[in-house]
Design a protein around this ligand. Structure first.
Ligand code: SF4
Length: 466
């Protein structure tokens, strides 16, 4: 059989991007060639996200486009994988364009599902029936095997790789669909994670980012010891060629917090960067969200993090317009952002997700215009803080890991026309843009900051790389 052409499109978070990379590596192994063009493809896979309505709407519109293409190319196979596949299951399979619906737990089966569609000319559904029950052992073993086999090939940006340390979530924030599409928390065996990082290091990877929905909940009970994320970070830091280790996303909790922050303080390889979403500054709204802390307690956790790791950069997420959020509640969120002094924060307008507790029990009371206005106001507050924090970098020399060419031209594009504009990040996850040869992608370098904006630091390569 001639190699088939695969086009794969990914929506959503880092976790989804990692799944896309794993599936791509597995299908390349099964003799698929990647194509950028949907029209050239024999198989189109869409890895979907259900966290926001907007992401699901984009998938539906993409499927409409594929239905149109299938009219002149009826053999085209279309598979929907990921969270939306698990959420909608056979409803999605009814869509005229769709041949395969495959949930996140079933991705190791994807090559077989495609073969079955070709050979038997029928639609295929592979999702978990009872998503909140621990996955049956064969499924769980297959996922671990899949991750170990292809995790090493699933590298994205040069020099960098993502490594999942756990799957699923047990927190049940009332607005969030993740526990219902990714299932209960399952931590991967420590040795499997460390072996994977070692192989990535042997393959030239310099930075790993450990992934989990609530990554600091990582907990693996072995006969003699219970392992936390702190243990994984410490072990990963012993791997010689790994220079930077990051981890996202953290849930605000005391459990293992000090241990994790202490490893960060003790190891120069564990980057002093903590993404730890607050979601709201109002205790009433936090309670309605089933976030298990108050705003003051959250801020005291940030104080503790800064006491243990003084150079730490903290990032957050906030939701505006959650049901019942009054102007007063929103102003408490503004106050929290002012006190938290995030290096950056992501602000989301609440959108109800079918199947979540908030959607079932709470009225979506805040009008869209109000959500929009609050979104703009909060971003403006953060922008001022980011601008102040970024300005402190002026004239300083920082170490960065270069990602590659900048996708969009930045302000100082005219300053050095000899080399392309590259994007890099500091250990604290600040974005730095400068002109340098593209061949440096994937390398560490030192740059001097020459200009700052709220979102970006601009720099030039320093003569000395000491
Ligand atoms: S911690 Fe909350 S917001 Fe994050 S994935 Fe779990 S349920 Fe969703």
């Amino acid at each position: 059989m001639n190699p088939m052409k695969l086009h794969i499109k990914s929506f959503g978070c880092q976790m989804n991007k990692l799944d896309t990379a794993l599936v791509t590596a597995a299908l390349k192994d099964a003799r698929f060639n990647l194509t950028e063009s949907v029209k050239e493809a024999d198989v189109v896979l869409i890895n979907t996200c259900s966290v926001r309505d907007h992401a699901e709407q984009r998938v539906i519109s993409h499927l409409g486009h594929l239905k149109h293409i299938k009219e002149s190319k009826p053999d085209l196979i279309v598979g929907v994988i990921g969270c939306m596949a698990q959420r909608l299951g056979d409803k999605l399979l009814e869509h005229e364009a769709v041949n395969i619906v495959c949930g996140p737990t079933q991705i190791p089966q994807i090559a077989d599902l495609i073969t079955e569609v070709i050979e038997q000319n029928k639609k295929e559904l592979a999702i978990t029936e009872q998503i909140r029950k621990p996955a049956p052992q064969p499924d769980s073993d297959a996922l671990e095997e899949f991750e170990s086999a292809y995790g090493i090939e699933a590298k994205g940006i040069p020099g960098q790789a993502f490594v999942r340390v756990m799957r699923g979530c047990n927190k049940f924030c009332t607005y969030c669909i993740v526990p219902y599409v990714r299932g209960p928390e399952v931590s991967r065996p420590p040795q499997a994670i460390i072996d994977q990082i070692k192989r990535l290091a042997d393959d030239g990877i310099k930075q790993v980012t450990l992934l989990g929905q609530a990554v600091n909940s990582y907990e693996y009970k072995a006969a003699e010891k219970t392992y936390s994320l702190a243990d994984i970070l410490a072990k990963a830091a012993e791997i010689q060629d790994i220079e930077w280790i990051k981890f996202v996303t953290n849930y605000p909790t005391e459990k293992y917090f000090d241990e994790i922050l202490q490893v960060m303080a003790d190891s120069p390889k564990v980057c002093p960067y903590l993404h730890i979403p607050a979601q709201s500054g109002s205790d009433k709204i936090l309670k309605a969200m089933n976030r298990r802390y108050t705003a003051d307690w959250y801020l005291s956790l940030l104080d503790k993090a800064r006491a243990i790791v003084p150079e730490i950069a903290i990032a957050g997420d906030l939701i505006v317009g959650f049901p019942g959020e009054t102007d007063q509640d929103f102003q408490q969120t503004v106050e929290l952002v002012k006190k938290a002094r995030y290096r950056n924060c992501f602000v989301f307008k609440y959108s109800p997700r079918p199947g979540t507790t908030a959607d079932k029990r709470l009225q979506n009371t805040v009008p869209l215009q109000v959500k929009q206005a609050r979104n703009i106001e909060l971003l403006a507050v953060q922008e001022k803080i980011s601008e102040e924090l970024n300005r402190e970098f002026l004239g300083k020399t920082v170490k960065v890991l270069i990602e590659g060419p900048s996708k969009k031209p930045h302000l100082n594009a005219a300053e050095n026309q000899n080399n392309p504009q590259l994007v890099a990040r500091t250990a604290t996850d600040y974005i730095v843009v400068f002109n340098a040869p593209q061949s440096l992608a994937g390398q560490f370098t030192k740059v001097k900051i020459t200009k700052t904006t709220p979102l970006t630091l601009f720099a030039e390569l320093t003569a000395s790389q000491e």
